[in-house]
Design a protein around this ligand. Structure first.
Ligand code: ATP
Ligand code: MG
Length: 364
């Protein structure tokens, strides 16, 4: 049988989704969902994972589940084509995590560079919740439960996918070919691998509050772009400017297409020319920011408008999520059956085991 092509990704409901999620993963998922090249697409809201570092703030997680679902629909994820579900509603994932924990060492988890950075960011050095520390294992359960072959994510997820691949290989080596090894699908555009925050920090992140949200109003987008971090040494318009670490240019790399020049900045034929002028000196930050703001509005306005439509019927979204959870649970349960069988903990549906033991004891 030919291996099915299955997509899986998720987001933590720790805030609304931002343009980093959009360029890092969300936009790609929608394209893949619509490409017709994949047998199934699973997208999930990782509330259980969000609780690992928000255990004292369940209300935040609860409120953001719907926000993330709205962002999904606004961006074009379609429940007719993708199974959209909530992680905590699939208890099979906990069971898989529990078994996978035996396949990973503490020192291996300690080496995970993303977890290391995240521990620092949250001041967890002195007291890391075990659940947070082990979340790469639970992520392996999420991915393998749905037999995902393709995981479209931003660069920060690379160590997680590698951890999953190791677990799969170890599991299959010990228990026989059971789990599917996933591949990471990173954005093609280098600027989208890890979009920086508007403050110039290395990563736009809900937890850092340096985000342009997909649901921001046009005014908010305008204000955020105008106050973005650029080159602090570029003071007068005539000063030469640096592109490296200049967030406005990184965003242009991520979002700008040739046709944007005709529409919003016809004096320049291309991004290369704009960059050359900035580096040479004589081009002010405000002009570049205005151009970026126009591009951002063009990209975000339709998303914002679609979101407004979906916001009118919240019960329908919960209904969609409930159906998604039911479908997802069926798939996860089938994988769990295979895992239990491979691990020899399927006592009650193994008739051969029972009859063989019955014979052995009778012969005693
Ligand atoms: P948190 O701060 O709660 O971890 P987050 O903003 O990092 O939130 P996640 O839910 O952890 O968001 O990530 C969801 C997906 O979005 C992942 O695939 C991740 O790689 C991608 N992603 C998140 N932030 C960025 C970014 N700044 N640039 C590119 N991709 C990103
Ligand atoms: Mg994150």
């Amino acid at each position: 049988m030919e291996k099915k092509k299955i997509i899986l990704t998720g987001d933590r409901p720790t805030g609304k989704l931002h343009i980093g999620h959009y360029v890092g993963s969300l936009k790609r998922r929608v394209e893949l969902q619509n490409s017709g090249l994949y047998d199934k697409t699973f997208v999930f809201i990782a509330d259980a994972q969000a609780l690992t570092d928000n255990i004292d703030n369940p209300e935040k997680v609860r409120q953001n589940v719907i926000e993330v679902a709205l962002d999904y629909l606004a961006c074009g994820l379609d429940p007719m084509k993708s199974t959209i579900f909530i992680q905590s509603q699939i208890p099979e994932l906990c069971e898989l995590t529990f078994y996978y924990m035996d396949l990973v060492t503490v020192s291996r988890l300690q080496r995970n560079p993303t977890v290391k950075t995240e521990i620092q960011m949250r001041n967890f050095e002195a007291s890391i919740p075990v659940g947070f520390f082990t979340y790469p294992i639970s992520q392996a359960a999420d991915i393998t439960a749905f037999r995902a072959t393709t995981v479209p994510v931003g660069e920060d997820q690379e160590p997680m996918i590698e951890q999953t691949r190791e677990i799969v290989r170890r599991f299959n080596h010990i228990y026989g070919e059971t789990l599917v090894e996933p591949e990471i699908l990173l954005p093609d555009n280098a600027a989208c691998l890890r979009l920086p925050g508007t403050d110039g920090k290395a990563k736009m992140s809900k937890s850092l509050g340096n985000c342009i949200y997909l649901s921001d109003t046009a005014d908010e987008v305008e204000k955020k772009v105008k106050s973005m971090y650029t080159d602090p040494t570029h003071i007068k318009v005539s000063d030469p400017g640096k592109l490296e670490g200049n967030t406005v240019f990184t965003y242009l790399d991520a979002f700008c297409r040739p046709e944007h020049f005709e529409r919003y900045l016809p004096d320049y034929p291309s991004l290369d020319e704009l960059k050359a002028h900035y580096t040479r000196g004589g081009l002010g930050d405000m002009k570049v920011k205005k151009f970026l703001a126009a591009i951002m509005q063009e990209e975000l306005t339709p998303i914002r408008e679609r979101r407004k439509e979906f916001e009118k019927d919240i019960p329908a979204i919960y209904d969609m999520l409930r159906k998604g959870c039911e479908a997802a649970r069926e798939t996860a349960a089938a994988t769990l059956d295979d895992v239990r069988c491979a691990m020899k903990i399927n006592y009650f549906d193994d008739e051969a085991l029972i009859s063989e033991q019955a014979r052995r004891f009778a012969e005693k």
